[in-house]
Write a protein that binds this ligand. Sequence first.
Ligand code: F6P
Length: 328
Amino acid sequence: MPKTIKKLAVLTSGGDSPGMNAAIRSVVRTCAYHGIECFGVYKGYEGLIEGDFKRMDARSVKGIINKGGTILKSARSKEFRTVEGRQKAYKQLIDANIDSLVVIGGDGSFTGALIFNQEFGFPVMGIPGTIDNDIVGTSHTLGFDTALNTVVDAIDKIRDTASSHNRLFFVEVMGRDVGHIALNAGIAGGAEEILIPEEDLGLDRLVESLNRSRKSGKTSSIVIVAEGDKIGKNIFELKDYVDDNMEGYDVRVSVLGHMQRGGPPSCFDRVLASRMGVKAVESLLDGETNYMVGLLNGKMELTPLDNAIKGKTKINLELLRVSDIMST
Ligand code: F6P
């Protein structure tokens, strides 16, 4: 049932990701296109509780499509996890005559949005912004493609020094408790081994594979380790284990860390963000609420927030097989 929206708020929440600014820009400009007043909320749910709002028009978002991070800042708000905090947020929105909310963030942010709607009936729409790509309902979360390119660039650079010194590098990448960054960037970076939480191959198999690589004449190797990997040793312990148990390897460690969250968004993420912003605002105008916009089979689709929150993404088994074959 189409709905009239006079004022709409947009916020970014949780870990930032490249493409969030492009999504903010798209939400603001889609509002302008439809004659809706748009308000940016600073610092995620914390700003919602404090009423930290700023009127934004089409010109407010010029020059940000190519910027990493989020001009609205992000935060993880403990107070919003309390009903009192959510009541304050609801009052701020009502006092400002705002009648819809777009939340750009990950599953934790969507959980807050859904509870907020269930308690106050306030219309909400989610845009999946996280580098982890760990949300069902979209083939790509905002920032995932950019993070992959950042990691591949880092692997290429590490490969130069690894091959110059005949070294084995353990490279830790982000992804929280999934291995999508590790698997995709590992294949693209030509990693000899990729350790991901979804497939615990065990230490013996890793050692056997590294020995096989060396016997086959490889003088340097790169092992990508997802931060959520479950091999039972952290990346520094892995180094020590190889140092103590394997001859002929000079081992180093590189933890890529938060650089994976920054940088100008890729073309793919800019286009994805622009599409998601339009879909989010126009879905609210169609009277929809409690959905997440996502890319499925190349199209913008809606997934109930509850499914997006509860669902668990699966590793692409075909990619896993490709990675095994490539490490021959
Ligand atoms: O969810 C995005 C992410 O970058 C994860 O990959 C990582 O584990 C986490 O955020 C780091 O959180 P923080 O920014 O609080 O250190």
